[in-house]
Design a protein around this ligand. Structure first.
Ligand SMILES: [Cu+2]
Length: 688
């Protein structure tokens, strides 16, 4: 009897334990969770539209037949926030119940009346303007929302939660220290009580990771590192007995996606560090440049797919992953796709990380000094940008993707934030197409030795576009069932570095251009149906929403310093009832690489980071007499250098704010130079 009783108690205990295990905890925010699981409609509640990052809206009041009548409904200036040469605007506004939430490149957040554009509240981040570890422009790629809070990752590596009604700070959690090279630029993702956030800093010798926080309190629940510690999974892809993997990059530049049925969270990782020097990190270097799936609740590893083995080209995977369901060979499949800087779209089965359409490991050029990988994964289908560079005067060698290089510059494509970098890629279940923006640019890749110093740039080389070389773009519809081009536009400007688009059930793709134009395109045919001059660089990914039965399309027009588009602090909303007409066009972006502006005679002082144009020299072009000493002074916020494009000829070295260096030019000649930390920042000295 006694024994039976004990057994009965044991069974009851076990049953109640099982009951606790299987009973789902009540969702912390059932309404937002439901919207996140559904196709986007009236509201746009997360950066990618919903948990899939498809950027697809079911709204169809505006369609291919009436889009020509679209006009500005309102335009609001965000009080100068994020306006200037150091900023890019890459965030999609969020909309919930008629209120729009938008974050600028200075991490300031504004709530607007989504119907009128009137400002409801403002949050000024007050982030330290001395942050010296921003890689590629001051930028915030968007917000997340849940439980009455807005979540924003800041450049000072804090994640903040704001009260959606008032903008007051509910909590603020330091994820890392910017002084150690870490910043946050990605939009977080909220789902089921958890906020997921990436970290940036792949150019500063950091260790990438995904951090999960309790949405209510900001407490860190877990961290999942993208680079293995000793003995951990993937550690055999780094040299044994070294700690290179601890500063090997693999940061998370963009919003994760999440499949609630599979219970998996997905994201991609950036370049290996140091970017261009593979000499000391023999091996594939997991999990750089990879697509990854983790258990959404615990961060436990489930699968990975590495797009680029032993990356030495800065070939980040930086565009948000897109989840989609499809039918291939008559079989329903759960897909995941990501457009890489290689110019390919990588299409996998999201249950297991295996290629859906086919990706082949192929032999590639070898250089033992760089410890190059023997093979690279080559997706079947079409690339969206050219993958070979032409030889240009002054260079010895040009090559195709995965060409090797050492200390003599080698020209290559894709390069320099191309093909697809941070730009999101929408997917339409109606057409089955991905809409892929690309940057077309040639760079000269060079490796040099670099010493790791905490908090300083650690890239081991450089890539700069040759003076006068063209910089353009492509916008491509890729068929998700074949990975082949359905249609393609050649664009006059670079658009893969943070510009974006959104697609609707009305059969329209909306996208901005760096020259200020906002376009509507037939999603099926690619035909341009409408364009509107917004007056500012119109790069950021637009959103679609509805208030009181009226459909709007909105875009933040704040420019993008890496795409060379005009500054701005405007948000535009368009509707069929709109009354506002286009503005005058802003100055267009550069379409060839090199310094711009007038040549100033007898100038012997050049400022670096002048006039709120952080990534520039002022004057950028000077003419002097032989024997003149030119003083270079850093007046910007970030460290800059003036480094001869003929390496070793002359160099100021990297100067911090206030730093100064004099260089005497004795030999007549035409000297081009770049900033080594920001090789898209050009100058010219003509010595007579
Ligand atoms: Cu610079």
């Amino acid at each position: 009897m006694r024994r039976q009783g004990q057994q009965a108690i044991a069974v009851v205990t076990m049953l109640s334990f099982l009951f606790l295990m299987v009973r789902p905890a009540p969702a912390a925010d059932p309404e937002i969770d439901r919207l996140l699981r559904s196709p986007a409609g009236k509201d746009w509640v997360t950066n990618g539209g919903n948990l899939t990052n498809q950027r697809y809206s079911t709204l169809k009041q505006i369609d291919t037949t009436n889009v020509t009548q679209l006009k500005g409904a309102w335009m609001t200036r965000l009080k100068g926030s994020g306006f200037g040469g150091k900023y890019s605007f890459e965030a999609s506004p969020l909309v919930k119940d008629g209120v729009m939430y938008v974050v600028t490149g200075n991490d300031d957040v504004f709530a607007l009346n989504a119907k009128t554009g009137a400002i409801v509240w403002e949050y000024w981040s007050g982030i330290d303007q001395k942050i010296s570890t921003v890689c590629c422009g001051w930028v915030n790629r968007g917000l997340a929302m849940g439980e009455g809070l807005l979540f924003s990752g800041q450049l000072d590596a804090n994640l903040v939660a704001l009260n959606m009604k008032t903008g007051e700070v509910a909590w603020k959690t330091p994820i890392e220290k910017w002084e150690n090279g870490y910043t946050i630029t990605s939009a977080p993702l909220y789902y089921d009580g958890i906020v997921y956030s990436g970290l940036s800093g792949g150019e500063f010798g950091v260790r990438g990771r995904l951090t999960a926080l309790d949405a209510k309190t900001g407490a860190i629940l877990w961290r999942s590192y993208t680079l293995p510690g000793p003995g951990e999974r993937g550690s055999d892809t780094w040299p044994p007995g070294t700690d290179h993997s601890m500063r090997g990059g693999a940061t998370i530049w963009n919003t994760p996606a999440l499949d609630p049925d599979l219970g998996l969270v997905y994201f991609v990782t950036g370049n290996c560090g140091p970017d261009y020097d593979g000499a000391m990190r023999e091996g594939d270097n997991l999990f750089c440049a990879s697509m990854m799936a983790l258990r959404a609740k615990t961060g436990e590893y489930v699968w990975h797919f590495q797009q680029v083995h032993h990356d030495i080209w800065d070939y980040d995977a930086a565009s948000p992953v897109v989840l989609f369901d499809t039918v291939i060979n008559g079989q329903p499949r759960k897909g995941i796709a990501e457009a890489g800087r290689t110019g390919w779209v990588y299409i996998l089965d999201r249950t297991n990380g295996q290629p859906l359409i086919g990706i082949d490991e192929r032999p590639v050029p070898q250089d033992p000094r760089q410890k190059t990988a023997k093979t690279q994964p080559i997706p079947r289908g079409d690339a969206t940008v050219p993958q070979c560079a032409e030889l240009l005067p002054g260079y010895e060698k040009a090559g195709c993707i995965f060409e090797t290089f050492w200390e003599t510059p080698v020209l290559m494509q894709p390069s320099g934030i191309g093909g697809t970098n941070w730009s999101p890629v929408p997917y339409s279940p109606d057409t089955g197409y991905f809409y892929v923006p690309g940057t077309v640019r040639t760079s000269a890749f060079t490796r040099y030795g670099d010493k790791y110093v905490l908090g300083l740039r650690y890239t081991g080389g450089s890539q700069a576009a040759p003076i006068g070389s063209p910089m353009t773009g492509t916008f491509t519809a890729i068929d998700s069932t074949t990975n082949k081009i359905a249609w393609q536009h050649k664009t006059p400007y670079r658009i893969g570095g943070g510009g974006g688009s959104t697609v609707s059930a009305g059969g329209l793709v909306f996208r901005g251009e760096p020259d200020g134009n906002f376009l509507a395109i037939d999603a099926k045919t690619g035909k341009e149906l409408w364009r509107f001059q917004t007056g500012f660089g119109a790069d950021a990914p637009p959103v679609i929403y509805e208030v009181d039965g009226e459909q709007f399309v909105a875009i933040a027009t704040g420019g993008n310093q890496l795409q060379g588009s005009a500054y701005g602090d405007g948000v535009w909303a368009f509707s069929l009832k709109g009354q506002l007409s286009p503005l005058w066009p802003p100055p267009p972006p550069q379409t060839v690489a090199g310094p711009t502006g007038p040549i100033i005679a007898n100038a012997d002082a050049v400022s670096m980071g002048a006039n709120n144009v952080e990534y520039s020299f002022g004057p950028a072009r000077i003419r002097i007499k032989a024997g003149t000493t030119v003083t270079f002074t850093n007046v910007g916020d970030l460290p800059h250098s003036a480094t001869s494009m003929e390496r070793g000829k002359w160099d100021t070295g990297v100067l911090v704010k206030g730093g100064t260096k004099a260089i005497t030019f004795n030999q007549p000649g035409n000297y081009f130079y770049v900033c080594l930390p920001h090789p898209w920042q050009y100058g010219q000295v003509i010595v007579e």
